[in-house]
Design a protein around this ligand. Sequence first.
Ligand code: SF4
Length: 264
Amino acid sequence: MKISEVTCKSVVVKSRIYGVDYAVNPYTGCQHNCAYCYATFMKKYTNHREPWGQFVDVKVNAPSILKKQLKTLKKGRVLFSSVTDAYQPVEAQYEITRKCLTQLEHASFFVSILTKSALVTRDIDILKDLSCEVGFTFTTLDETVRAQFEPGSSALQDRLHALKEVSKAGITTYAFFGPILPFISDTPQAIATVFSILEEYVSYVIVDKMNLYNTSWERIRSVLTNWNPELIPKYATLRAGTDYESVLRKRIAKAATVPVEYCF
Ligand code: SF4
């Protein structure tokens, strides 16, 4: 894993994500190394030769740049993060996300965190004083599957424990159930299990299907080849186009026990 310290000229960017005004990305690259990651295109903005998931650029001046940028921005909703995970392991050492959050303490922006890391519980002291919500991503509740598709992320047990801790602290919590892994976490039973486990701790769930773009397909196929090659032809069928979306929507609508927002 190559960790480099870099400086940035800007750390808040306008976001086109639905319901989000700005995104803060304290790092470029992500140790979580998810097979389906849609942010791998960020590699072209670096000089790294390492594959995605094997490098992180730490924006060491991000907190001071954020402080300056906040003075010039209209109030809005700020997502941590859109093309990295603000609580990936390197954050334990550098605390760039924590220092960025302290810049938001006296600003009237709404902070939305989305992570696959239990490290977020470290910042409960700051988050309690912010106008914010904390979301945890779940693509599966099977730890074996998690280790295949999100090898660098927090174990599911730790992630669930963190969700409970944040919720217990009185901070609004939500779950991002996605991308839902076809033929793995998209069965009626798997979806019902996700809702039954999360319902007690989250205000709502955002759901998303798996997008099998050419860029992510190579990485996903590589995981499937080593782990469960029988799924490859099934995924190939999905890539060719089916009525999968409507089937999935119906399954989710049937299983949902908290409000749901669909990304597809
Ligand atoms: S946590 Fe997010 S940004 Fe990081 S590798 Fe996974 S999908 Fe990509």
